[in-house]
Design a protein around this ligand. Structure first.
Ligand SMILES: *Cc1c(COP(=O)(O)O)cnc(C)c1O
Length: 455
């Protein structure tokens, strides 16, 4: 066995043991950053080491500092898990090491991106000839879509941003609901567009279409982008797309949707109604590493008019081999990058159409079970309308809610993050892992009750 194969076998063993440990281990990490640094050692060795020994050291030193993100009882942030076919395919992505810039360089990558892209548009109910770009996450997917939006809106006003930049050009108005995700603000910052104008949202975070209409009417009809949201990170709520997209359309604005985890509702016959009207937008950002459960990292930038994203992101290089029909590089901000579509293809091929719908339904069913369990828990109050995968609960006053959260983390059965929602501390449960079972939810609710009883 050569050194490379020995290292791969070690990695395989460690990976399998890690995955097998997920059901029983504490969800939070046991060791601190400093402890892991000490276990790794700070000194860069002078001499080479055998690859298998390096893998061993890495795995054994890091093991106590790993958080069980892929465990069925991790409900923090919105993280997703690792669906088996996608995880295995991701190993191949590293071994194959395909550069996914050009069609001509890796026909295999280009083919898989084409097939996976078409499946995605179909499942999400979006126009079939939209561009599908594979980015690192939803932040970069929002960035990519909003770059296409910015340049298209400026072009409509007779300004060529790709050639002349932004200085001296018409102002671009960006309107977003007050409860938009901060990744939208970050993407706008990258784009030199500053903060969005905020439009009133209701108690669940849904943009108020009348307020949007009014704000649009107050403008002069110049370059305008409206950012809507599919899935509020606290309530899970969806913007009223039919009305909001209609209002934006009448004003001639570009409509973009941040649907990092929520856009996937469209893939479930039961929950697709939440996204009604969403397909009439111009662009959509979502993640594959959240609801679809591919390993990090993978976001999707979906743009109705492929020429708009190509104008913003495409490039031509003398030493590159370009394809008439456009290359993967024309739909994303980066040049060299890993073959993310392989992993997405594997997840979709493994789940099939019904499997993706069932996955969404299951996540929602667990969220509903959490809400019912919390409603029946002394001292707990469910604060949102649970329409999708998100549940927010309070435990009396802010201090008590924080004590419950701290005790729960200490207990280690489940990992749930706190947040501040509408000025109030909340326990924020996000169900996003394919492997979460009914038993996981029951175990986690028992742990929450234990934490609450002692707080
Ligand atoms: C997670 C999330 C983002 C950011 O996505 P990343 O993949 O972390 O870049 C943006 N918007 C919403 C609604 C999200 O939930």
């Amino acid at each position: 066995m050569d050194a490379r194969e020995a290292a791969l076998r070690q990695a395989h063993g460690h990976a399998v043991r890690w995955l097998a440990s997920l059901d029983d281990r504490r969800v939070p990490a046991r060791a601190s950053v400093d402890e892991i640094v000490r276990a790794l050692g700070r000194e860069l060795p002078d001499a080479p080491s055998a690859p298998a020994d390096v893998v061993d050291l890495l795995a054994s030193a890091c093991e106590p500092g790993l958080t069980a993100f892929p465990c069925g009882r991790f409900y923090g942030f919105v993280v997703g898990g690792t669906e088996p076919a996608a995880l295995a395919a991701d190993w191949l992505v590293s071994a194959w090491d395909q550069n996914s810039v050009m069609r001509a360089a890796s026909p295999a990558y280009a083919a898989v991106e084409e097939v996976a892209g078409a499946w995605l548009l179909d499942l999400l109910g979006l126009p079939g000839d939209s561009a599908v770009g594979f980015t690192t996450g939803a932040t970069m997917a929002n960035f990519t879509c909003l770059a296409a939006a910015r340049d298209a809106e400026l072009r409509r006003a007779g300004w060529n941003a790709a050639r002349d930049g932004l200085t001296g050009g018409p102002a671009v108005r960006v309107l977003a609901g007050e409860d938009r995700h901060m990744a939208v603000d970050l993407a706008l910052r990258y784009l030199g567009l500053g903060r969005p104008e905020l439009v009133t949202a209701d108690g669940q975070g849904r943009i108020d279409p009348a307020a949007l209409r009014q704000a649009l009417a107050a403008g002069e009809g110049g370059p305008t982008i409206v950012v809507l949201q599919a899935g509020d990170i606290h309530s899970g709520a969806f913007d009223p797309f039919a009305e909001a997209v209609g209002a934006a359309r009448e004003a001639g604005a570009w409509v973009h949707v941040d649907g990092a985890f929520g856009l996937w509702a469209a893939a479930s016959p039961r929950y697709a109604h939440l996204t009604a009207g969403c397909a009439d937008a111009d662009s959509w950002a979502t993640d594959a590493h959240k609801t679809l459960n591919v390993p990090y990292d993978c976001g999707l930038a979906l743009v109705r008019d492929p020429s708009a994203v190509r104008a913003a992101m495409g490039l031509r290089g003398d030493y590159l081999i370009h394809d008439e029909q456009g290359d993967p590089v024309d739909k994303v901000p980066e040049l060299s990058r890993r073959g993310r579509a392989f992993t997405v293809w594997a997840a979709l091929r493994s789940l099939g159409r019904s499997g993706v719908g069932d996955l969404v339904d299951r996540l929602c069913r667990h969220a509903t079970a959490f809400a019912a369990g919390l409603a029946a828990t002394d001292g707990a109050t469910v604060l949102n309308d649970v329409v999708f995968t998100q549940v927010c609960a309070g435990f009396g006053d802010d201090d008590r809610t924080d004590r419950v959260l701290a005790r729960l983390l200490d207990d280690g059965t489940a990992w749930i993050s706190g947040s501040t929602w509408h000025g109030r501390r909340v326990m924020r449960i996000s169900v996003s892992n394919w492997s979460t079972t009914d038993a996981d939810v029951t175990r986690s609710l028992t742990a929450i009750r234990r934490a609450s009883a002692g707080a």
